[in-house]
Design a protein around this ligand. Structure first.
Ligand SMILES: [Zn+2]
Length: 295
C-alpha cells in the first residue's frame, strides 16, 4: 500500500511505494535475468490492457498507452500510464522512424487531453526518462503520464505565477519558426537545457491530439534532442511536457511546453540539501551554441 509522508520541517512530500521495488530493471547489470520485453510488438498480452493506440498505415500499432503496472500512485491518489512508442525494441527517441515519433507525440497529446477532459485529477504531467542516469528502468522506448488530484507545491507556484502574468523577461531565444520557439530558460539546471514551445497558443493540445502539427513537432524534437546530446556529450536526458493544471487551464490558455533536460551532471549534496543548482554553461552561451548546432 503506497502512502504520502510529509516532512513539515523541510516542506517535503515523499511517496512511500513498496510496489515500485518489484518493477523490472533492464539496466540491472550482467546478473539481471534476461526476459521477454513486455513492450515489444507481439508481447501485448504481457501488459495491462491498453487504453489507447495509434495505428500505422497498415493498421498495426505505432504507439500504445497502457496503465503503469508498477504505479507510484493509484486509486484516489492519482493515475500513471506508460506510452510505448514503437513495437520495435529500440531504446532511443532518435531511433524512432518519423512515422513512429509522429504517432508518439500525437499519443502524448491524446492522453493529456483525455485526462484533462475527464477532470478527475487536476495536475497532469508527461515525461520521458531516457538512459539510466535519467531514471529509466526499461530499455524499450517509452514515456509516462502521471495525474495527481492537486499540483505539487513547486508546480502550483509556477502555474500561479503564470496566471498572474508574472513571466520571465530574460530568456535567451535559440531559434524561432512560424509556430514554435526554442529558448534557454533564465536559470537552466543543466548545460544546454532548453524549452521548446508553441508561440502564442498557436498549437492547442487538442489540435496536436488530432495529429495537427505532430509531424513538424516530431521532426524538430528529434533535431533538438540530437543537438543537446551532441553539445553536452551526454546521452541521458529527461523530456518534461508541462501543461496547465485543469483548474488553471481557462486562465492561462493553451500555454504548454516541452523541457529538454540533459543529465550531464548528477544531483549531488548541494542540490539535495538546498535545491540550489550549479550549471557550467550560462543560458546565453547555451543559446548561441544550440543555434549554431541547429543551423
Ligand atoms: Zn521491447
Amino acid at each position: 500500500m503506497s502512502t504520502w509522508r510529509f516532512d513539515s520541517l523541510n516542506q517535503r512530500k515523499v511517496r512511500i511505494a513498496p510496489a515500485r521495488a518489484l518493477r523490472p530493471n533492464d539496466f540491472g547489470g550482467p546478473t539481471e535475468k534476461k526476459r521477454r520485453c513486455p513492450f515489444c510488438g507481439g508481447s501485448e498480452a504481457d501488459t495491462p490492457p491498453e487504453v489507447d493506440r495509434i495505428a500505422d498505415s497498415a493498421g498495426a500499432w505505432s504507439a500504445r498507452a497502457i496503465p503503469n503496472q508498477y504505479p507510484t500512485v493509484d486509486g484516489a491518489d492519482g493515475v500513471q500510464e506508460v506510452i510505448i512508442e514503437s513495437p520495435r525494441h529500440v531504446s532511443r527517441l532518435g531511433e524512432l522512424t518519423d512515422e513512429e515519433l509522429t504517432a508518439a507525440v500525437t499519443c502524448w497529446a491524446r492522453r493529456l487531453v483525455h485526462r484533462r477532459r475527464e477532470g478527475r485529477f487536476d495536475y497532469l504531467l508527461l515525461f520521458k526518462n531516457e538512459g539510466p542516469a535519467a531514471g529509466a528502468s526499461m530499455q524499450h522506448v517509452h514515456s509516462q503520464l502521471i495525474a495527481l488530484p492537486t499540483a505539487p507545491a513547486q508546480a502550483a507556484a509556477m502555474w500561479d505565477a503564470i496566471r498572474r502574468g508574472d513571466l520571465p523577461q530574460d530568456e535567451s531565444c535559440v531559434v524561432r519558426t512560424a509556430a514554435w520557439e526554442l529558448v534557454s530558460p533564465t536559470a537552466p539546471r543543466f548545460a544546454y537545457e532548453c524549452w521548446w514551445r508553441p508561440r502564442g497558443g498557436q498549437m492547442p493540445l487538442e489540435a496536436l491530439a488530432e495529429g495537427e502539427g505532430a509531424g513538424e513537432l516530431a521532426r524538430q524534437l528529434r533535431r533538438i534532442v540530437a543537438a543537446v546530446i551532441n553539445l553536452g556529450g551526454c546521452d541521458a536526458y529527461n523530456l518534461i511536457v508541462q501543461v496547465p493544471p485543469v483548474s488553471h487551464a481557462s486562465d492561462v490558455g493553451d500555454r504548454w511546453w516541452i523541457e529538454v533536460v540533459p543529465r550531464s551532471a548528477g544531483i549531488a549534496g548541494l542540490e539535495l540539501a538546498t535545491g540550489l543548482w550549479v550549471n557550467p554553461v550560462g543560458p546565453e552561451e547555451a543559446a548561441r551554441r544550440l543555434a549554431e548546432e541547429l543551423a
